[in-house]
Structures are given as C-alpha cells and as structure tokens.
Design a protein around this ligand. Structure first.
Ligand SMILES: *[C@@H]1O[C@H](CO)[C@@H](O)[C@H](O)[C@H]1NC(C)=O
Ligand SMILES: *[C@@H]1O[C@H](CO)[C@@H](O)[C@H](O)[C@H]1NC(C)=O
Ligand SMILES: *[C@@H]1O[C@H](CO)[C@@H](O)[C@H](O)[C@H]1NC(C)=O
Ligand SMILES: *[C@@H]1O[C@H](CO)[C@@H](O)[C@H](O)[C@H]1NC(C)=O
Length: 258
C-alpha cells in the first residue's frame, strides 16, 4: 500500500540515567500514515495502539499520543496493569519451575529495575503518563528521592525465583554514581539478596540500552552462569546478545527506550 509522503522529525536524546539512552523519534501528528481503509495511525483505537507498542511494532516512539493519555492513565491505575503484570509473572514462574536446576549456583535470572522491580508511575502520573517529552532533570530529581515503590507482582516472582535457587542479577540503565541510592531504594521497596547489581559505568555512557545490557549479560555468561530467564518492561532489556532462554516482557505503555 503506497503511503503518502511523510516526514520524520528525529529527536535524539541521550540520557545518563534510568532513562538511559533514549532514542526518540517524533512523528508529528499531522504526518501520520493512512492505511488501506483510510484509517490513520491517529485514529487507531488506543487499546490497539497499546498492543502494537507492547509487541515492539511501533519502532522508536517518543510520546504517548495525546488522544491516548486517558487510556494509559486508566490502564496504569485501574486493574489492567496489575492483571497483565500478574499474567507475565505467572508464566515466568511456571517456566522457572520447569528449569532443571543444577545445584552448582550458576542458574541465573536477570531483572531490569525501573518499571520492572520498582515503579516510576508516581513520576509519570505527574507528567502526563508519558505524553510529555521526557525531561531528564525532573526525572533524575524524582529518582534521587529514592521513593519508587515495589511492583508487587514482580516482587513476588523475585522471591519465588530466589527460593527456587536462581542467582538474581539486576541490570539497570541507571549509572554507577547511583549505586548506593539504587540499592537503598530497592531495600526500601523490600528487595534484598540479589547476586549482583549492574549499573552503567563511564565506558557505557551514551550506549543504547540494548547494546549495554547485551554486553553485561555476556559478562555474566562468561562467569559461567546460565541465564534461564530475563524480565523487563522494555524490549531493549531482553533482546540483543546473550539473551535468556525465555524473556518476559512486562507492560509499559508510557515510554520507549532503544
Ligand atoms: C478498542 O478495542 C478494545 C479491544 O478490542 C475494545 O474493547 C474497545 O471497545 C475499543 N474501543 C473503541 C473506542 O473502539
Ligand atoms: C528438564 O528435564 C526434563 C527431563 O529430562 C525435560 O523433560 C525438561 O524439558 C527439562 N526442562 C527444561 C526447561 O529444559
Ligand atoms: C556507597 O557506599 C559505600 C559505603 O557503604 C561508600 O564507600 C561509597 O563511597 C558509596 N558510593 C557512592 C557512589 O556514594
Ligand atoms: C551482538 O554481537 C554482535 C557480534 O559481536 C555485534 O555486532 C552486535 O552489535 C551485538 N548486538 C548487540 C545488540 O549488542
């Protein structure tokens, strides 16, 4: 189907923090594509927009479309987010229970942190649920408060995996300078007993999350660990090299990190 010409306004933002390197590509509302039946992207049902986002079909999207802010708010604050997260966690646990643990202490699981173990929803609720262009300064200030609450479904999974004998690795886009803050935020949210907390060092600054996280998983494998499972709210937490046997994508309709 021939699409009418449209232009892309590419905005590239490198964020040093939890946001990591966010590549944002802003497609102006007026220039969206129209499909064969005359429906434009803008008219897409927000539930269907969300589906495309979660299945990694939306490319590098920058902000939640204005028309879907109400949908995202409802999704995140109503029962759906919790229910979908519980479904993902339940599949992850079922898989984890099927893993033949070797007992050599090398069976590993990888978790992302932000919007995986702890929630950034309190911040995004104050910033249009992802409809505002990402502001590194205000986000960093919020992260520094160390108040991100636990996500209950992943927290339950975390402790189930721990009691099954998995070594838990945390790989976050946050920077090394936030190590202590991050560890105390996690403890305050009720997490403990991780094997290793991996943050971006100076050599990782500006790297795409998918590249940085692949490299860190590779290092874990080189230490002899078998990464059976991985959980994260971004595909860049999960795809790339040294991927886990099974990857578990948690919902996040609020932002995209490449
Ligand atoms: C959008 O799609 C969902 C899921 O199919 C449906 O429940 C909902 O009614 C639709 N909303 C609109 C406005 O069409
Ligand atoms: C664990 O071992 C059993 C029996 O050998 C096998 O059927 C099963 O597929 C294995 N599980 C995984 C996740 O490899
Ligand atoms: C983190 O805390 C340890 C002691 O608990 C301290 O030695 C270290 O300097 C701190 N690191 C940062 C980046 O603040
Ligand atoms: C995966 O490894 C290949 C070969 O080393 C490299 O070219 C590629 O950039 C890596 N991909 C990621 C996402 O790290």
């Amino acid at each position: 189907m021939a699409a009418p010409s449209f232009f892309l306004l590419a905005v590239v933002t490198c964020v040093g923090l939890a946001g990591a390197a966010r590549i944002q590509r802003v497609v102006p509302e007026s220039s969206s594509r129209v499909d064969g039946r005359g429906r434009s992207r803008n008219n897409r049902n927000c539930s269907s927009w969300h589906f495309v986002v979660e299945t990694n079909g939306a490319g590098h999207w920058a902000t939640v479309p204005q028309r879907c802010v109400g949908y995202v708010k409802q999704y995140m604050t109503g029962k759906s987010y919790e229910s979908d997260s519980a479904a993902v966690a339940s599949e992850a646990l079922e898989f984890a229970r099927s893993v033949n643990m070797t007992g050599d202490g090398k069976d590993a699981w990888v978790f992302d942190i932000d919007d995986t173990l702890v929630s950034c929803l309190p911040y995004y609720a104050e910033h249009g649920y992802g409809s505002e262009v990402f502001n590194e300064t205000t986000f960093d200030e919020w992260v520094d408060e160390g108040v991100a609450p636990a996500l209950p479904e992943t927290k339950k999974l975390y402790y189930e995996l721990h009691s099954l004998g998995f070594q838990i690795f945390l790989i976050t886009g946050r920077s090394e300078s936030q190590r202590n803050l991050t560890a105390s935020t996690l403890r305050r949210a009720g997490y403990s007993s991780w094997k290793k907390l991996v943050l971006r060092g100076t050599e990782d600054k500006g790297k795409l999350a998918i590249i940085y996280k692949s490299k860190k998983r590779l290092e874990i494998e080189k230490e002899g660990y078998r990464i059976h499972g991985s959980a994260g709210d971004q595909w860049s937490d999960l795809l790339g090299n040294a991927t886990a046997t099974r990857s578990f994508k948690l919902p996040n309709p609020m932002y995209f990190i490449a």
